[in-house]
Design a protein around this ligand. Structure first.
Ligand code: SAM
Length: 290
């Protein structure tokens, strides 16, 4: 198997010119051109020759080459059909890569894990298209696909939101959802000059290692996330008002107030001050009263 040869500006430009490729803004195409960043992603994803890796959006195959070199098998899902002949070329030296030309949100990933990894957990590695970061990550977690870890390049601001705890401006529904399913760790901040073309925003690599068991046990997961969404939809309102105004939660005001007070936090508390454990306790109290 050949060593990776993409990941620097010269070779990337040569491939793009050979195929007369034009970047599609609507697909969030910013290709990596920095070998240090690629090494860091591969190291932090802790890939071994036992692993099946799912790559979302291989582009011209830059990171795919690194993944093929490190993993047992790579499945790469790319939406842009103009990239398929390029990938056939750049990945021709690797016999352990399967490219699927489709929208990743429409692919049955559980079926792929079942077929190609005997249902064992897979690793997901990607330089994500930023316009669908949240649906991709939450889709992987919520659909209970067997995933061991997700190591992804995302917008820096989104990585921060995934990692923070209560009482900070970035804390919100995404922080709680991610932390319910996984342990987040920011691996590196990545400036715009590591990509072609340069994105307008800073980026970061974050690794999300899936919990074996969620850090809280909750009677009704769906209700807890409804409560979380309701309390952050109206950030500047109190938790009680947020829950009262939610179209998803139908409970008398007194019941909501009583449940919040039993947390021992005072009636005027805001959602942004509550931990995941407190949201779980609140959800269980509301669930008992439903
Ligand atoms: N992995 C490459 C790299 O690091 O150089 C490219 C990363 S680029 C930020 C995102 C890639 O995702 C593009 O190749 C884009 O065409 C692809 N993409 C965008 N939306 C997608 C979707 N819904 N499903 C699969 N691939 C998608």
């Amino acid at each position: 198997m050949k060593e990776p040869f993409l990941g620097n500006p010269q070779n990337t430009i040569a491939v793009l010119q050979k195929y007369n490729f034009t970047f599609q803004k609507k697909f969030g195409q910013n290709f990596l051109i920095d070998t240090h960043v690629l090494d860091k992603i591969i190291d932090s994803a802790q890939i071994t020759k036992d692993d099946l890796v799912l790559e979302i959006g291989p582009g011209i195959g830059t990171m795919t080459q690194y993944l093929a070199y490190a993993a047992r098998q790579v499945i790469a899902v790319e939406i842009d059909k103009a990239l398929i002949p390029i990938l056939e070329d750049t990945l021709s030296a690797y016999d352990n890569v399967m490219v699927i030309n489709d929208d990743v949100l429409k692919v049955d990933i559980a079926a792929l894990a079942d077929k190609y990894n005997n249902g064992k957990p897979i690793k997901v590695v990607a330089n994500l298209p930023y316009y669908i970061t949240t649906p991709i990550i939450m889709g992987l977690f919520e659909s209970h696909i067997p995933v061991e870890s997700i190591t992804v390049m995302v917008q820096k601001e989104v990585a921060d939101r995934m990692q923070v705890g209560p009482g900070t401006k970035d804390y919100g529904a995404l922080s709680l959802a991610v932390q319910y399913y996984a342990e987040p760790y920011i691996v590196a901040n990545v400036p715009p000059n590591c990509f072609m073309p340069r994105p307008k925003v800073g980026s970061a690599v974050i690794r999300l290692t899936r919990h074996k068991e969620p850090p809280v046990q909750v009677k009704n997961e769906k209700l807890m996330f409804q409560i979380i969404r309701a309390s952050f939809n109206q950030r500047r309102k109190t938790l009680a008002n947020g829950l009262n105004n939610s179209p998803e939660i139908h409970l008398p005001k007194e019941v909501i107030t009583e449940a919040i007070e039993s947390l021992g936090k005072g009636a005027s508390i805001r959602g942004e001050a509550l931990t995941l454990q407190e949201f779980a306790a609140l959800s269980d109290m509301i669930s008992d009263r439903l």
